[in-house]
Design a protein around this ligand. Structure first.
Ligand code: NAD
Length: 350
């Protein structure tokens, strides 16, 4: 057995159906009086409804959250937060909104309550990716992690089918990188494999019946586990490639993760037994099992369809190999190009 350190789960988690009704109690439990809400323009309705439930405990709403947390948006939101007289933050939405909450919290020291409505998994992590002048910078710090996370399955029932599938694969990617991370431990392994089981059984059911509450709860549970794993492990090749394609080539977050995953996992499965549980669960080889699962669920399979130019691949490989980072299998720019060409064409993984 490997020696390990498990740092403990520091965020308080509420999980279930209708849990958002307990938001007021959670604000009081943190010792706060009034909360400032954050959301994207598309989720103003949900955030306003929640803010309305709080009455005097709500101090207003900023509805301008954007993908990749641009610094200019954070500065505007901090000004609105300061003016509101609120003493804590409530982020209602996907990774973009939760990212904005983290960006404000790490600068102001405010406590955060995250209410995730996708499976992207930012809520349990100490990771913040921000963009300024077109450059995306990622950092980790304990002040970034939300104090409380409220998972309410009811808020995920209307998540569009396409985003449901890509976001779920985005979550699975956290679990898989957790399994071969240098700082993986038996607890993160347990969480990651339990999450795979939840997605394997739950996602096809949600694709068939998007408002099936039980199946939605199952994959939201998987997303919680994967987010927790991501919060305690070192990311490797998969996240690095997704970061390069998103940050330097403007590709959309969840779709890029979904397309890359079978290819990166297939590459990293060679020479290790750390992903045996994934092959067992999804069938066939790790890469092919995940590729077939993604295809069956209707996920996009080709980076070409996301608008990546084939001629950009050598540059993407060059950026991705500029700095050294943890990965179970050694690689060079040629390996990365091979992964990206296969993912660009949407080729099945062997
Ligand atoms: P997103 O938050 O941008 O959401 C995509 C769109 O879907 C938005 O318009 C949003 O308002 C809408 N939406 C969200 N939930 C919905 C629902 N239930 N019903 C209807 N519409 C809904 O996308 P995302 O994939 O959740 O997050 C991506 C961002 O999160 C990226 O910037 C990524 O870098 C970040 N992220 C960070 C971490 C971390 O640990 N720091 C982890 C994962 C993702």
């Amino acid at each position: 057995m490997r020696d390990f350190v498990f740092p403990g789960i520091t965020s308080r988690v509420l999980f279930g159906s209708g849990t958002r009704a307990r938001l007021g109690e959670e604000i009081a439990r943190l010792g706060h009086r009034r909360a400032f809400f954050l959301c994207t323009p598309q989720q103003t309705g949900e955030a306003n409804a929640l803010s309305g439930l709080l009455g005097q405990q709500s101090a207003g709403l900023f509805s301008g959250a954007e993908m990749h947390t641009p610094l200019a948006v954070t500065e505007k939101a901090i000004a609105a937060f300061d003016q509101s007289g609120a003493d804590c933050l409530v982020a209602v939405g996907g990774g973009s909104t939760i990212g904005l909450g983290k960006a404000i919290a790490t600068r102001t020291g405010a406590d955060q309550i995250a209410i995730p409505t996708t499976y992207a998994g930012s809520e349990m992590t100490d990771i913040l990716g921000e963009t300024d002048a077109g450059e995306k910078v990622t950092r980790r710090d304990p002040s970034i992690r939300p104090e409380v996370v409220i998972y309410d399955v009811d808020l995920t029932l209307g998540l569009p089918a396409k985003l449901t599938v890509t976001s779920a694969l985005n979550a699975i990617a956290h679990g898989i990188e957790g399994l071969y991370a240098p700082d993986a431990n038996p607890i993160t392994d347990l969480m990651a494999t339990e999450a795979m089981r939840a997605f394997k059984s739950g996602l096809p059911r949600v694709v068939e019946a998007p408002t099936d509450r039980e199946a939605r709860a199952r994959i939201l549970y998987g997303a919680w586990l994967c987010s927790t794993v991501l919060g305690y492990i070192t990311m490797s090749l998969h996240h690095k490639l997704a970061h390069v394609l998103g940050g330097s080539f403007g590709l959309p977050h969840a779709e890029t993760h979904a397309i890359l995953l079978p290819h990166t996992a297939g590459f990293n499965a060679v020479g290790t037994d750390r992903l045996d549980a994934v092959a067992e669960l999804f069938g066939g080889s790790v890469g092919r099992g995940l590729w077939d699962f993604a295809k069956t669920c209707g996920a996009p399979l080709s980076l070409a369809d996301l608008g990546l130019d084939r001629t950009d691949i050598p540059r993407a490989a060059e950026i991705a190999t500029r700095n050294r980072y943890a990965n179970p299998r050694p690689f060079d720019a040629g390996d990365i190009e091979a992964i990206l060409y296969a993912a660009w064409e949407g080729r099945p993984v062997a």
